[in-house]
Design a protein around this ligand. Structure first.
Ligand SMILES: NC(=O)c1ccc[n+]([C@@H]2O[C@H](COP(=O)([O-])OP(=O)(O)OC[C@H]3O[C@@H](n4cnc5c(N)ncnc54)[C@H](O)[C@@H]3O)[C@@H](O)[C@H]2O)c1
Length: 273
């Protein structure tokens, strides 16, 4: 017996869908039959995603937006609703750590920039799209936070705080709108190789063979590892789930400071192999 996700007739809006996890989400949602609005700041990246979806037989369109701009976000929601009459699936994917800054050195501009790229657009776009979901009595909102919103993030506490805000907004809003038939959930990625988290650049080649030791699951992630969970949350398979923040992290949250040794054992303290 096989289980198929059928999103035929549904409209999905994915922010930051030109690359990385957002592009992965756009691809799987389109492959399941949804029409995908690829909302992206980079027109070329957006066109690449849309072209690939169409070549694969799916339906998608480009919407060039900067989600940090209120007028862009409002236009995105208004045009999508005017053209399609509905948004069934909203994936609030855009987010970034920007320039990692210790709290003692951070200023208001850094806080504002982190707010704009990680949190404020999630509120704005959700507010703009939600009434249409509530009116139809169905919809799935999927926010993309980070493991850094679930655990302490020492390099930049303000980034960690904004990602935690996305996670907690997910839980709180889920309770508000569940009676209206709208489900709100989130994924919390880690260890996923993308443009933003470029492990080819961040990991010295001589340490590349350490992935089986470093990542509890034994390898780094690819966007599809996250996108498939987004597909699950978008689909009826998750119909009884609300307010959940699912780590798509290869086990980094659950390992909680435990590391595999080169001998395949586990340690939570400095030690020789
Ligand atoms: N990759 C990981 O391991 C990881 C870890 C933790 C959290 N995340 C989260 O996952 C989400 C996606 O991350 P990714 O690694 O795929 O990122 P990415 O940088 O590879 O892709 C982000 C996409 O968003 C677009 N974008 C950037 N700013 C935008 C804006 N202002 N308006 C519209 N589009 C914009 C980019 O052009 C790009 O196409 C983010 O919220 C990020 O915080 C990723």
């Amino acid at each position: 017996m096989s289980v198929e996700v059928d999103l035929e007739g549904k409209v999905a809006l994915v922010t930051g869908a030109g690359a990385g996890i957002g592009a992965g989400a756009a691809h799987v949602l389109a492959a399941a039959g949804a029409h995908v609005v690829v909302a992206e700041i980079d027109a070329d990246l957006a066109a690449t995603t849309v072209d690939a979806i169409r070549v694969a037989g799916g339906r998608a369109e480009v919407s060039v937006v900067d989600v940090r701009r209120a007028d862009d976000v409002n236009r995105l929601a208004a045009t999508t609703l005017a053209e399609h009459g509905r948004v069934d699936i909203l994936v609030n994917n855009v987010g970034h750590y920007l320039t990692v800054t210790p709290f003692g050195q951070s200023d208001d501009d850094h806080w504002d920039a982190l707010d704009a790229i990680n949190f404020r657009h999630v509120l704005r776009l959700t507010r703009a799209v939600l009434p249409s979901m509530v009116a139809r009595g169905s919809g799935s909102v999927i926010n993309v936070t980070s493991v850094e919103g679930l655990r302490g993030y020492p390099p930049d506490p303000v980034y960690g705080a904004y990602k935690a805000a996305v996670a907690h907004f997910t839980r709180c809003l889920a309770l508000e709108v569940a009676p209206d038939g709208v489900r709100v959930n989130a994924i919390a990625p880690d260890l996923t190789h993308t443009v933003q988290v470029d492990y080819d650049k961040m990991t010295p080649p001589e340490l590349a063979d350490r992935w089986p030791i470093w990542a509890p699951i034994g390898r780094r992630g690819v966007p599809a590892d996250n996108a498939d969970v987004i597909l699950f949350l978008a689909s009826d398979l998750s119909r009884f789930m609300i307010g959940q923040v699912i780590p798509t992290d290869g086990g980094s949250v659950v390992a909680g400071g435990w590391f595999r040794t080169v001998n395949g054992r586990w340690t939570n303290r400095p030690r020789n192999p």
